[in-house]
Each structure stands twice: as structure tokens, then as C-alpha cells.
Ligand binder design. Structure first.
Ligand code: S3P
Ligand code: PEP
Length: 471
């Protein structure tokens, strides 16, 4: 394990700030994890050096960069890109077997707990022709991997379980990937009902397969289809031809991605807890730089938050001489006649994917029950989020139960507690939203938010403190 994967664990739980007044403020949300790691990966496969402006700097993106470097990409950090004041990363592509670099030395990749590293990089590793060992955090060793590994195996890639070198086929980390001459591509069928990342990972590497790739999904519904749409869009943006005209089937034509420069959007999923803070406390929170169009699942906050009683407004952002692609999004929480914050329940929310922990925090502040459906795959996230949410909600005095495809929150939180994070950033931020209203909430291992947002605790404390001062 490398130093970059060793997330520091604080000795004491973090006292989550309680909002003594409606939370008000403006939050500059760091860049999207999902977009950053896709752009970095595509830059490493492009036909020349590429620049990713305003990339996320977090544990998951560092692990991605470290892995691409290990596979032979050159990574340069630029502090102030073209006098914009924004940082950037310039990537010179890695060598792939098709280019004939010969047999390169074996390398190891630390996936940490990052789904985008463990699911997206095995196909890239196969393209390089190297022997590549993959491993990650203890929590990562139970995240499902079979669909990606089966798919690669069907394409002729050798996959080995290092613990069973004589024929054991792994379905979780650790594993070794080796495709001596690279991957020619072709047609495969995989069951991606456990994670959209199984599809995304195979599609992202597909343009470098001489025959391209046709991927057919065989199981029940692919979860968080927005993330597959994001993959298709970033591929098309760099000139890759993708046919997604048939539901559950994707065809990527061969053709190296063009070198590119891209600026990364803010992380709309990570904007969630801050926007939820307004909804939870009857306050008002704005996020500037909100993309008018986005493939991010977090764009759904605009529809989700009104279901919990909040108002969502957008204000155009003007740029000199042209119409802007971004707006400022403002969420205003509801209050009752006495001026107390009021969170409503929509009754049922469906397919909330990675937004679920934040939505659950709001649901746990509402008087009426909320049922979460079509989120069974959350059991394969950073932790089993269904079990974790129910356990922690009960610890906070709420009534909650697991269901076959999600969970049900039957009554609101009533007491403070030290909430366990399970190394899961979204469990930590779930507890922070509840802590705004419920006194005595402490969060174990707030440092796990560094997975996608190292500045979370600081931005959160500042927002709450500033609200108390101004009101
Ligand atoms: O491709 C991506 O960037 C992601 C896909 C989703 O995975 P699942 O389909 O496993 O939920 C999402 O939850 C994860 O946070 C990021
Ligand atoms: C599921 C998530 O992460 P990962 O990319 O590790 O799958 C998440 O961020 O909610």
C-alpha cells in the first residue's frame, strides 16, 4: 500500500456542528470525481498530451493519477493554467501494446476504495500488455468486480487470483491482469446490474481495441444509467464513435481519442449535503458554477429537493460577450408558520443511487415515512449503504428498516450519537446533515470525506459558523 492510500484516522470523533440558525451562504464546490477520473483516464489513452483544468484533488483522483503514472503516463501539475488562476494536470499518454513497446515490467495499482479506479483501470491495464497487480483497502476487497473481470476474460485477457495462482478466478480484489499482446476487442455480454461502472470501465478502454467493442448487458436494470451516459458523452467529446441507440447495448468503434483540453464541472453529488443544509434548516445556500447541462446524477437535486419542501432557483451567470454555460443554483428551505424549519417527505424516492445517503438524511428529518426503491446495488458501494444507513439511523433514534431493494425510514431522528462512517464519505456527510438539526451528533472518521472532498469538514464548519454569526 502506498502513502497516498493511507487515509489518516483521527483519534476522536468529529463534533458535527449544529446550526443555531438557518444555514445561509455560498459554497464553491470542488470538481466532479466522476468527470475528473474519466478525463484523466482518456487523456492517458489519447493521441497526444491533454490538459484537464480544474481537476478534483482528492484521494480517488490521486489514486487514478498514481495508477496512470505506474502504467507509464507522464503527469505534470500546473498551478496556474494560462493565467486563469486555476490548476490543471497535463497528461502525456501511456504506452499500449499495440504501439509495440515490447514487454514492460510488471506494476502494482492501489485502488484504495475508489470504484472508478478498480473498475476503470483493469481494461486499461490489459491494453498495455503488462502484468498488472490490483489491490486496495480492506473495504474494497468486498466490492463486486466479476462483470469487468469476466468481460476481460471473454476478450482473451488472463485474470488471476494471486491467492490461488493455479486456476482460481477472482471476483473481487486482489487480482492480476495480463494480456501480453493487448486486447483486440470484439463482442461481449456482461451482467452490469451490480454497478454501472462495469459498463463504463469497458467502454472507456474500447476505442484502443483494434476491433472496437460491442457490449451487451444481460441482467436486470443497470443502476445509475446517468453514469453510463456520462461515459458515452466524454468519449464522444474526444471524437470516439459510440452507438448507444439500442437499450442495454453499446458499440464503441476503434479510433484513438483526440488529445483535448477540458475544464471539469463542480461535483453536483458533493454539492448535495450543502444544498440539503438549506432544506434541513429553512436556510438558503447557493452553489455558483452549476452547469446548465450536465450528465452528472447530481443535477437531479433540482427535482429532488422540491420534493422535500425546498425551493430551487437558478440565476444566470454572465460572462463578457457570451451566454454562460453555468448558473448559480440556490436552494431555500421551507419553514412553518412559527418560522421553524420544515422538511416534507415525498413518500417514495426511486433510484437515487449515490445521492441516497444525503436524501436519507433529509428523510430522517421529516415527520412522515420515506421509502427508497431501486437502490439494491448500494450494498456494493464503499460499504453496504443500505445496512449502514439503517444501523446509523436507529443509533440516532429513528425507526428504519431494510427492504428488498432499498430501505424505509419510518420516523425521524430523536437523539445524538457517534455515527460510524464505515470509511464511506457519504455516510460521514449524511451524519453531518442530520447534525445540523440534532444536537450531540459526532462523526467517526470525518477524514474519510477526503475520498472525494478533502475540504468537506472545513467548508461545512465555515458555512455553519458564518450562518450563526449573521443571524
Ligand atoms: O462511474 C462513476 O463515476 C460512478 C458510478 C456510480 O457507480 P454505481 O453504478 O456502482 O452506483 C456511482 O455510484 C459512483 O459514485 C461513481
Ligand atoms: C459509490 C461511490 O463511489 P465509487 O466511485 O467508489 O464507486 C460514491 O462516491 O458514492
Amino acid at each position: 500500500m502506498t502513502s497516498e492510500s493511507a487515509a489518516p484516522v483521527p483519534p476522536n470523533p468529529w463534533p458535527s456542528p449544529r446550526a443555531g440558525a438557518p444555514v445561509r451562504g455560498r459554497v464553491l464546490v470542488p470538481a466532479s470525481k466522476s468527470l475528473t477520473n474519466r478525463h484523466l483516464l482518456l487523456a492517458a489513452l489519447a493521441d497526444g498530451p491533454s490538459t484537464v483544468v480544474n481537476p478534483l484533488d482528492s484521494r480517488d483522483s490521486r489514486l487514478m493519477l498514481q495508477a496512470l503514472r505506474a502504467l507509464g503516463a507522464r503527469v505534470e501539475h500546473i498551478e496556474d493554467w494560462e493565467d486563469t488562476g486555476e490548476p490543471a494536470v497535463r497528461i502525456t499518454p501511456l504506452p499500449v501494446a499495440e504501439d509495440g513497446p515490447g514487454e514492460l515490467p510488471a506494476v502494482s495499482i492501489d485502488c484504495g476504495l475508489a470504484g472508478t479506479v478498480m473498475r476503470f483501470l483493469p481494461p486499461v491495464a490489459a491494453l498495455t500488455g503488462r502484468m498488472v497487480d490490483f489491490d486496495g483497502d480492506p473495504e474494497a476487497r468486498i466490492r463486486p468486480m466479476a462483470a469487468v473481470l469476466d468481460g476481460l476474460s471473454a476478450l482473451g485477457v488472463r485474470i488471476e487470483d494471486p491467492a490461488a495462482p493455479d486456476g482460481g478466478f477472482p471476483d473481487t480484489l486482489p487480482f492480476t491482469v495480463h494480456a501480453q499482446g493487448g486486447v483486440r476487442g470484439g463482442e461481449i455480454a456482461v451482467d452490469a446490474s451490480g454497478s454501472s461502472q462495469f459498463v463504463s470501465g469497458l467502454l472507456l478502454a474500447a476505442p484502443l481495441m483494434p476491433e472496437g467493442l460491442t457490449l451487451r448487458h444481460t441482467g436486470a436494470q443497470v443502476p445509475s444509467l446517468e453514469h453510463v451516459a456520462m461515459t458515452v458523452q466524454v468519449l464522444r467529446e474526444v471524437g470516439v464513435v459510440v452507438d448507444d441507440s439500442v437499450a442495454g447495448r453499446w458499440r464503441v468503434s476503434p479510433g484513438r481519442p483526440r488529445a483535448f483540453t477540458v475544464r471539469v464541472e463542480p461535483d453536483l453529488s458533493n454539492a448535495g449535503p450543502f444544498l440539503a443544509a438549506a432544506a434541513a434548516t429553512g436556510g438558503e445556500v447557493s452553489v455558483p458554477g452549476w452547469p446548465v447541462e450536465s450528465t452528472q446524477i447530481g443535477r437531479r437535486w433540482q427535482q429532488l429537493l422540491p420534493q422535500f419542501g425546498a425551493e430551487v432557483m437558478t440565476t444566470p451567470e454572465t460572462t463578457a460577450g457570451s451566454s454562460s454555460q453555468t448558473v448559480t443554483l440556490t436552494v431555500r428551505g421551507a419553514r412553518d408558520e412559527q418560522g421553524h424549519p420544515r422538511v416534507l417527505s415525498p413518500g417514495t424516492v426511486d433510484g437515487t443511487a449515490e445521492l441516497t445517503p444525503t436524501v436519507a438524511a433529509l428523510a430522517a428529518l421529516a415527520q412522515d415515512p420515506t421509502t427508497f426503491t431501486s437502490v439494491a446495488h448500494l450494498r456494493g458501494h464503499e460499504t453496504d449503504r443500505i445496512a449502514a444507513l439503517v444501523t446509523e439511523l436507529r443509533r440516532l433514534g429513528a425507526e428504519a428498516e431494510e427492504t428488498q431493494d432499498g430501505l424505509r425510514i419510518l420516523s425521524p431522528v430523536t437523539q445524538g450519537a457517534t455515527v460510524r462512517s464505515y470509511a464511506d464519505h457519504r455516510m460521514a456527510t449524511f451524519a453531518a446533515v442530520i447534525g445540523l438539526r440534532q444536537s450531540g451528533v459526532e462523526i467517526e472518521d470525518i477524514a474519510c470525506t477526503a475520498k472525494t472532498m478533502p475540504t468537506f469538514a472545513q467548508l461545512w464548519s465555515e458555512l455553519v459558523a458564518q450562518s450563526a454569526e449573521t443571524h
